[in-house]
Design a binder for this molecule. Structure first.
Ligand SMILES: Cc1cc2nc3c(=O)[nH]c(=O)nc-3n(C[C@H](O)[C@H](O)[C@H](O)COP(=O)(O)O)c2cc1C
Ligand code: SF4
Ligand code: SF4
Length: 252
């Protein structure tokens, strides 16, 4: 059985994961690492299973909440395909950090993908990716991974990255709500790390917030935002340094 396990606050990582899974073929079971209430320790995978684990690159690293939830699952020499999804800057050490976490827990990395998706903070970077070309490429990557999985000896692979991993101290962009809040509570329900107080939906616990921008996307009143000045600085930096479209890569 294929397990499609993803951490995707704004949906780009999930789009990539679903294309890889479709290309791989057959049915799959989905596990949502953004679900902070779910008990991931109930999952122990066997050697006949295949896990596809997809995360976005945050500062060239695996988001800490995803790592923590992945760390609760175990394998028994279970083959795993890793996908690092990035907003057209770089994945840096994301795949290596994922592999280093999963290997001692009983997983064996047999394939990996670095794929571009729209930047979740600055949507003018890699806008609407994965696009039509990406879809074709990612479906084909899935087919190639299936072909390898069908072989008798499925070899482990190396992934790019360096140790120590790139330092990442988080983003200063922490969304809050405005007076147009209708108190529906959706943002607090959907926040992957529980950073929005249940008794004050317009607020944010800055220490917990991972700046994933999910609350901004789900708010029906469009009332959540980050301060204009740091947002403009981030947008300018990314637009100047990351405008040239990057490619998707398969590691087999
Ligand atoms: C806090 C944060 C840090 C990010 N850091 C990087 C990065 O280091 N390199 C990069 O190319 N994209 C970076 N991105 C962009 C995301 O990796 C990319 O948009 C991804 O598709 C988001 O996944 P999602 O749509 O599943 O939420 C970052 C996004 C966020 C929110
Ligand atoms: S409060 Fe922070 S962590 Fe929670 S959804 Fe919003 S941006 Fe993401
Ligand atoms: S989703 Fe928007 S409208 Fe609903 S409680 Fe949160 S900030 Fe308010």
């Amino acid at each position: 059985m294929l397990y499609n396990i993803h951490f995707s606050p704004t949906g780009g990582t999930r789009r990539v994961a679903d294309l890889l899974a479709q290309g791989f073929g057959g049915e799959w079971v989905e596990l949502d690492l953004c679900d902070r209430r779910y008990d991931f320790s109930r999952h122990s995978f066997g050697k006949e299973d295949m896990c596809l684990i997809s995360v976005p690159a945050y500062g060239g690293r695996v988001p800490a909440a995803a790592l923590e939830r992945l760390g609760k699952m175990t394998g028994q020499n279970t083959p795993v395909i890793l996908a690092a999804v990035f907003g057209n800057r770089a994945i840096d050490d994301t795949l290596l950090e994922l592999k280093d976490t999963l290997t001692p827990a009983g997983f064996r990395c047999v394939g990996a993908v670095a794929a571009v998706a729209e930047h979740s903070i600055v949507r003018q970077v890699a806008t609407a990716r994965p696009n039509t070309d990406d879809r074709r490429i990612l479906l084909d990557f899935g087919r190639q991974l299936r072909k390898k999985f069908g072989q008798t000896e499925v070899s482990e692979i190396d992934v790019p990255g360096n140790r120590p991993y790139r330092a990442y101290g988080g983003s200063p962009l922490k969304p809050t709500g405005s007076a147009s809040c209708i108190h529906c509570g959706l943002c607090a329900q959907e926040c992957p790390v529980g950073a929005i107080p249940e008794d004050e939906f317009t607020g944010v616990d800055k220490a917990r917030c991972i700046s994933c921008f999910r609350c901004i996307r789900v708010c029906p009143a469009h009332c959540r935002s980050v301060p204009a000045r740091p947002m403009a600085a981030t947008a300018a930096r990314l637009k100047s340094g990351c405008s040239e479209p990057r490619e998707n890569t398969l590691f087999l």
